[in-house]
Every structure is written in structure tokens, then in C-alpha cells.
Ligand binder design. Structure first.
Ligand code: FUL
Length: 481
């Protein structure tokens, strides 16, 4: 009998079906907690304390607890607005520099328990926890290291006080997704009546290693933010500006909170030895706390959209501050802006024109890493080139002439951040026309460009530290030109 399939063909088919190993991770990679954090992208910051009632940004620490008296405080309103705005969580100033605690801490009288609000029986952290649960939001806490109220601030005793408060927050209010350690430190204050200036040594005073360990022990899935991490870094400005070149990598051993590192915090270190991605913290108003005089200065929906492009669009998360007013409610103007910003965003990214479309690539690692993985909508699959190929081209075939003006690119960061240079081109007639170019990608970049009518988009990785891995490419036609 004649053989239908020849022996070499069988061999070739077997070879083609053989599983090719995934690339080895390159450099630092995100931890599980960091990976979950990346996916949140956009969440709310709440600044609320005695300052809301004294009209200040930094309370001196001598405020009488009686000033704290919101008339209609409603954490459910905050959570509903956050959820309606498309945010994934709320991070609250449990204690700001003035030392006033929004929960009835056992370690100080300077808290809600001595305020007229709910006759001293209230607990904002508890209310917020319940509201976050109701609306499916994550909850995070800011606990200012600098405490202008505490008599023992500046002495070793303060560390015990600070850590006791941290333990209360991390054990009594459920799962915390992020703990925020502010870099602003030391200076003048009330300090239990001393009314003096106290300087501390940022590098040594707080003994951060042991404080961080408390967070790891009590909330292993929480990320910690401070200027230089350990898990999430400051972006280096409060204007909402992520850096175009943005490595989620940092040489953080030489850095400390409050140090003068603003520039490098924006870009990160290309050769950093830790995974420490950037978070953009910015306020919807000029101040972090509510001031009635700023009611006319709330950022517009269009301005929030700009912030979105310069943060989430530049490989950073967006922590947008929306300060409650003296009622204890998010102000109508802020709410309107947030909701209209959500509408704008939804229109901007309405239909992914790349989803399910055919792709071609210069180099394939094997069928598990085929180029169509970038248009399948599944973040767990990715296109990868063979180990020795650090450059690559990927074409998305749109099937017909289509208008496009936005692109989203995502690396498969579980294997590290690799890409150093990329380019995006559109086929116009027989010519490839460049529409966007950049350096790093990381978890996500979003690029805008003038409308092109094209049937094919080509993404070129022209420089990478190791074989590129790309998990996602999306294309949109946003309204307007
Ligand atoms: C700064 C603080 O001093 C501001 O008051 C605000 O809390 C901002 C988010 O961080 O360092």
C-alpha cells in the first residue's frame, strides 16, 4: 500500500506541534500584589481631616477636635461616585500631617472620638469599608509619618505610636490594597504644646524596614507606596504627568522618602534592580483638601482626559484626589466632572478595531506565542519572538480601509519590561507612514495620532533588552480629529 503521508512530513508536523518554552523572565518582574495593582489603573484619593473645616492644606496639629463636624458625611456617596466614575478603589487620609485620626484610635484622643460628629461614636474607616464592599471597590490607607500633633514626634517613642496606629488600620478594616507613606517630613508643629521645629533624619529616623515588615505580615497583598517604593513609587510631580520614558524599574536601595529624586522617579532606572512602577497622584482641584473658594477651579472632563493620557497612557496608575466638602460629601461640581469624564473615556475607546483581526509577524516563537495573541483580548496570552531575536514587526490586518487615531500597547510584564524603542506605522497606498513612536511600553501605553485611513497597522519593536513579549494591541477611532 502506498503511504499517504511521507516520513519527513510527519517529522515536520511533529516538530511544529512541539511545545516551545516561554521566554525566561528578564530582569525584575512584578510581584503578585504589584500585578493586581497594575490592573486597577484608576482609583480615588480622599483628603479629609480638620483642614476641611479650618480651610488649610497642612494643619498645625493644634486644632481642637470640635472643629471636625461634617453635617451629612456619607461614605456611600463617595463609593457610588467612584464606582460610577469607573474607578476601582478609594484610598483615604486616615491621618494627615495634623495627626487627627479619622478612626477612633486607641493610642490618641486626637481623633473622631472627641469630635461632635456622631457624638464621638463615628468611625470613617469603618463606614468606608462598608461602602467599598457595597460598591465592589478596593480600599487603601494613607497614614502620615509626619505628625504635628504628637508630643513624642521626633523621638524613638513616636515609632511605637506610629506602628500601633498602622496595626489598627491593617487589622480592623479588612483587606487593604495600598498603604501610602507620604514623603513630606518634619518641620514646625504643635507637638503636644511645644510649638517648635523638629527635624528628623529621613534616612534613619523611621526605620522603614521594620515598618514595612508590619505591612507584609498583616496585609501580604497590599502594595506600599512611598517616594521610592518599596512596591510603588511617586512619579516625581503632583501635576498629573507621567514620563514618556517610564521604566517600572528602580535602583531603590540608594533612595529614601523625602529625598531629592524627583527627576529619576519619573523615568525610573532602565537598569533598575527592583520592580517599582510609578503612580500619578493629582487633585481634581488646586488643593488636596476642600476649599469653597476653589469650587470654580474643578478640573473639566476634558482636562481629566488629558490627565488620563499622561498617566494611564504612560505606564502609570492614576490616583485622582476628590476631596469631600464640609458636609462630608463630594461636591456636585466634582461629581459632574468625574461622570462626564467617564462618558468621554467610553466614547474615546468605544470599539476596539483590532479585536479578533488577522495578524502577521516577522518572527514567531511557536504556536503558543503566535502574533494573533495580541488581538484576542486575553491578557494571559502574548506574542513572543525567539530568544535570539530582540527586534520584531507585527502587522494587524484590518480587513478594509478603516479610520484609526488611537493605539494601546501592552507588554507581557510578568516576564519583565523589555522594550526600549517602538514605532507604529499605517499603510497608506503602498507606503508605510509613521503615526507614533516611543521608547518604553511596560504595562500599558496609549498613543493619540491624527486620523489615518488604513487597512494595516504595523508595530515595530526596534530595540529591546531581550526578545519582546506583547500581550495586547488595541486600535480605536476616537471622536474628533
Ligand atoms: C504631600 C502632602 O504634603 C500633601 O498634603 C498631600 O497629602 C500629597 C498627596 O502629598 O506630600
Amino acid at each position: 500500500m502506498k503511504r499517504l503521508i511521507s516520513f519527513p512530513v510527519i517529522l515536520i508536523s511533529l516538530f511544529a506541534c512541539a511545545q516551545v518554552a516561554p521566554p525566561e523572565p528578564f530582569g525584575p518582574v512584578p510581584s503578585e500584589r504589584q500585578m493586581a495593582w497594575h490592573q486597577l489603573e484608576y482609583y480615588m484619593f480622599i483628603h479629609f481631616t480638620v483642614n476641611t473645616f479650618t480651610d488649610k492644606e497642612w494643619g498645625y496639629g493644634d486644632e481642637d477636635e470640635s472643629v471636625f463636624n461634617p453635617s451629612d458625611l456619607d461614605c456611600r456617596q463617595w463609593a457610588k461616585v467612584a464606582s460610577d466614575a469607573g474607578m476601582k478603589g478609594i484610598l483615604i487620609t486616615a491621618k494627615h500631617h495634623d495627626g487627627f485620626c479619622l478612626w477612633p484610635s486607641d493610642y490618641t484622643g486626637h481623633s473622631v472620638k472627641n469630635s461632635p460628629w456622631k457624638d464621638g461614636k463615628g468611625d470613617i474607616l469603618r463606614d468606608l469599608r462598608l461602602a467599598c464592599e457595597e460598591y465592589g471597590l478596593k480600599m487603601g490607607v494613607y497614614l502620615s509619618p509626619w505628625d504635628r500633633n504628637s508630643a513624642v514626634y521626633g523621638t524613638p517613642e513616636y515609632l511605637t505610636y506610629y506602628r500601633n496606629q498602622l496595626r489598627e488600620l491593617l487589622t480592623e478594616y479588612g483587606d487593604i490594597f495600598e498603604v501610602w507613606f507620604d514623603g513630606a517630613n518634619g518641620g514646625d508643629g504643635y507637638y503636644g504644646g511645644a510649638r517648635e521645629t523638629r527635624r528628623i533624619d529621613n534616612k534613619t529616623y523611621y526605620d522603614w524596614t521594620n515598618t514595612h515588615q508590619i505591612v507584609r505580615d498583616l496585609q501580604p497583598l497590599a502594595v506600599m507606596f512611598s517616594d521610592a517604593g518599596p512596591d510603588v513609587r511617586w512619579v516625581g510631580n503632583e501635576r498629573g504627568l507621567g514620563s514618556l520614558t517610564n521604566w517600572s524599574l528602580l535602583k531603590k536601595d540608594d533612595m529614601y522618602p523625602g529625598g531629592n529624586f524627583a527627576g529619576i522617579l519619573g523615568t525610573g532606572h532602565e537598569d533598575g534592580n527592583y520592580w517599582v512602577p510609578a503612580e500619578v497622584d493629582v487633585s481634581i482641584r488646586p488643593g488636596w483638601f476642600y476649599h469653597a473658594r476653589q469650587d470654580s477651579q474643578v478640573r473639566s472632563p476634558e482636562n481629566l482626559m488629558e490627565l488620563y493620557y499622561s498617566s494611564v497612557g504612560r505606564n502609570s496608575n492614576l490616583l485622582l484626589n476628590v476631596p469631600p466638602d464640609r458636609r462630608g460629601l463630594l461636591h456636585e461640581k466634582d461629581v459632574e466632572s468625574l461622570l462626564r469624564f467617564r462618558e468621554l473615556r467610553e466614547k474615546e475607546f468605544e470599539t476596539d478595531l483590532a479585536r479578533g483581526k488577522k495578524t502577521i509577524s516577522s518572527d514567531n516563537r511557536g504556536r503558543d506565542f503566535k502574533s494573533s495573541n495580541v488581538t484576542d483580548g486575553d491578557p494571559a496570552t502574548y506574542w513572543a519572538t525567539p530568544d535570539n531575536v530582540a527586534e520584531g514587526k507585527l502587522i494587524i490586518k484590518l480587513g478594509k480601509e478603516t479610520e484609526v487615531n488611537r493605539i494601546i500597547l501592552q507588554e507581557y510584564i510578568k516576564l519583565g519590561q523589555r522594550i526600549q524603542e517602538f514605532r507604529v506605522e499605517a499603510l497608506e497606498g503602498k507606503e508605510w507612514k509613521e503615526v507614533a513612536a516611543g521608547t518604553t511600553i511596560g504595562y500599558k501605553v496609549i498613543r493619540r495620532f491624527p486620523v489615518v485611513k488604513t487597512s494595516q497597522i504595523r508595530v515595530t519593536i526596534s530595540k529591546a533588552k531581550a526578545c519582546p513579549t506583547i500581550s495586547n494591541v488595541e486600535l480605536y477611532r476616537a471622536p474628533g480629529d
